[in-house]
Design a protein around this ligand. Structure first.
Ligand SMILES: Cc1cc2nc3c(=O)[nH]c(=O)nc-3n(C[C@H](O)[C@H](O)[C@H](O)COP(=O)(O)O)c2cc1C
Ligand code: SF4
Length: 512
């Protein structure tokens, strides 16, 4: 009898020992004379349970976690005997945290072998492309538009509109620089074919034959996974000339960035792809008209492309049926920071921030009260508990001076100093600014200096007014959203946590 065990090869699982567990499992099995097949999958996204390992049984995959080296022998025994164990989590698909999700984009992540296109196909992969190949470009575009899909990179621009008319290149933005986010990495490592399939459908729709995936250099596992999947997809006829025997050609290449937050901004990314320093281009012209190498280009986030196969295979309406208002479908939300149950939670738009943080996230890891959450990356606003009734959708967050961005939520407990966080936002902008425009380049540096004065108790009210003025200039005068959105964390900290901007002695007294 062969025992089939699944161990994640996701960077998050590897960081907490998944490779060592796989090795120890092999050794323990050899000692027992058990024939073992280890399948290295992606992660299911329940990061607090990693390394989480699963065994295939007649009643489904049974999960155990978090497994340490010391547990391997007893876990293997319990797996083989299908018996009890303190780390036994039950049938993986039935784990409430997972079961509560609506996994459309991440349906296969953590389930399949990301190096096997056959496994991808067995789990419904390439059905979207197969259908797309039976349609003309207008019909595919109609599906993408009907689905209501909006770009998952941050700005929430309708993907259907972006894909209208002919384009020369397809570019996938995998720079994923937002704090607390990892969904792009996770899907590239756990289900790379879904990204390839989405990009291929985009290529067919707009008539592009070449695509690039721009991945940040801090993601070596994702680079490896995408490169491996591209080779496999090419061999199987899903990339290259005459895709699946059709008249369509589409090829893909991975390009690795050099680590700058601003290189995630689409025009700066294009500069970097062309081999230059990542400096933001003035818009217009939009990349759709003059993008990579001066040619019309579709540039989308990883998750936007990864949503496409479901839309084509499962139906545009089925996708659009999820969500609220103008935010249709599901959002892979990433719970991070000081949180008990950190991980990836894909669910329809509309769930409240409070449900996500308290109920699903389980509150803070430290066990102290949640005081603030930053939603949408380093340019996102800080939300206090009073705003936890905000539904997770683009418009509701905008109405409360926030943004959902790439879906990252970073939780802070009551030990956080919000004036320090406001200073950090300005400092982040000063460090990451591409330097092209004055409000961002100079404003952020002046912002740091002025917040320092406030924190030192120097003419607090006057300096708060200076910060507000600087924020106004940055918001309306910056060329891109790095300078333009840095005011969001700063102003939200001032608005909701004003007491932290009192002179330090007063704050210390209040804490006593
Ligand atoms: C400073 C800055 C950083 C950004 N970083 C990313 C990023 O890492 N990934 C991403 O997809 N979009 C990022 N964006 C948004 C992109 O400019 C662009 O809107 C997005 O790639 C478009 O794809 P979408 O329509 O699928 O969201 C960033 C924008 C700014 C201003
Ligand atoms: S806002 Fe900042 S990052 Fe954006 S173009 Fe201006 S200087 Fe560059």
């Amino acid at each position: 009898m062969t025992v089939r065990i699944f161990v994640s090869r996701d960077a998050g699982a590897v960081a907490v020992g998944a490779d060592e567990i796989a090795l120890a499992l092999e050794q323990a099995a050899a000692k027992r004379g058990v024939t073992l097949e280890i399948v290295r999958t992606g992660s299911r996204g329940l990061y607090w349970l990693e390394p989480m390992i699963e065994i295939a049984t007649a009643h489904g995959r049974v999960a155990f976690g978090p497994v340490t080296d010391a547990d391997v022998t007893s876990v293997l025994d319990a797996m083989i005997a299908d018996g009890p164990h303190a780390l036994r989590l039950g049938i993986a698909d039935e784990i409430p945290w997972l079961k509560r999700q609506t996994r459309l984009t991440f349906a296969r992540c953590g389930v399949i072998d990301p190096r096997s296109v056959e496994d991808y196909r067995v789990h419904g992969g390439y059905k979207g492309l197969e259908r797309a190949l039976t349609l003309d470009a207008d019909a595919i575009l109609a599906d993408v538009t009907t689905s209501g899909l909006r770009g998952r990179g941050g700005a929430g621009f309708p993907t259907g509109i972006k894909w209208k008319t002919d384009r020369k290149y397809i570019v996938c933005n995998a720079d994923e620089g937002d704090s607390g986010t990892f969904a792009d990495r996770m899907i590239m490592e756990g289900d790379p074919f879904v990204v390839i399939e989405g990009m291929t459908i985009a290529g067919i729709t707009v008539g592009a034959t070449k695509g690039y995936i721009y991945i940040r250099s801090e993601y070596p596992h994702a680079v490896e996974a995408m490169n491996a999947a591209i080779i496999v997809a090419k061999r199987a006829g899903f990339l290259g000339e005459g895709i699946c025997g059709s008249a369509h050609n589409f090829d893909l290449e991975v390009r690795v960035g050099a680590g700058a937050y601003v290189c995630g901004e689409e025009t700066s990314l294009l500069e970097s792809l062309e081999g230059r320093r990542g400096i933001v281009r003035a818009k217009p012209p939009l990349p759709a008209h003059k993008g990579l190498f001066g040619k019309p280009t579709v540039i989308n986030n990883v998750l936007s492309f990864a949503a496409i196969p479901f839309i084509l295979a499962g139906g545009a309406k089925a996708y659009a049926d999820f969500g609220m208002g103008r935010s249709r479908g599901t959002m892979p939300i990433q719970l991070a920071g000081n949180i008990r149950h950190g991980g990836l939670f894909e669910i329809a738009f509309g769930i409240t921030l409070g449900e996500l943080v308290d109920d699903i996230g389980g509150g803070t890891f430290t066990g102290r009260p949640v005081r603030a959450v930053q939603v949408g990356g380093p340019l996102g606003a800080y939300f206090p508990r009073e705003l936890f009734d905000t539904p997770f959708d683009y418009e509701s967050f905008a109405a409360r001076d926030g943004l959902i961005g790439h879906g990252g939520i970073v939780v802070f407990d009551d030990s956080v100093d919000m004036s320090k966080q406001a200073r950090f936002a300005m400092e982040f902008c000063a460090v990451e600014s591409c330097g092209k425009c004055t409000p961002c380049r100079i404003g952020s540096t002046r912002g740091v200096e002025t917040i320092d004065k406030i924190r030192a108790g120097e003419r607090v009210n006057e300096n708060i007014a200076v910060v507000e003025d600087l924020c106004n200039t940055m918001k309306f005068g910056s060329l891109c959203a790095l300078g333009g959105f840095t005011p969001y964390p700063v102003m939200s900290a001032l608005k909701h946590f004003r007491e932290d901007f009192a002179p330090v002695p007063a704050r210390l007294q209040a804490a006593e």
